[in-house]
Ligand binder design. Structure first.
Ligand SMILES: [Zn+2]
Length: 51
């Protein structure tokens, strides 16, 4: 389940599996599905993450 987190006053969505945060929930969900399935991250997905 993607977690909503607040960083510097902004809402981000965090993949529970790998800890990457995304501005858009859709990417966090994609990431989490990928992480669960393959037990690693997809570069195509994590490039949308926020640091
Ligand atoms: Zn992930």
């Amino acid at each position: 389940m993607v977690q909503k987190v607040f960083r510097a006053g902004k809402a981000h969505f965090q993949c529970k599996e790998c800890g990457f945060s995304y501005k858009d929930r859709i990417w966090a969900e994609k990431c989490e599905q990928y992480c669960k399935k393959y037990h690693s991250c997809s570069l195509e997905i994590t490039k949308h993450s926020v640091s």
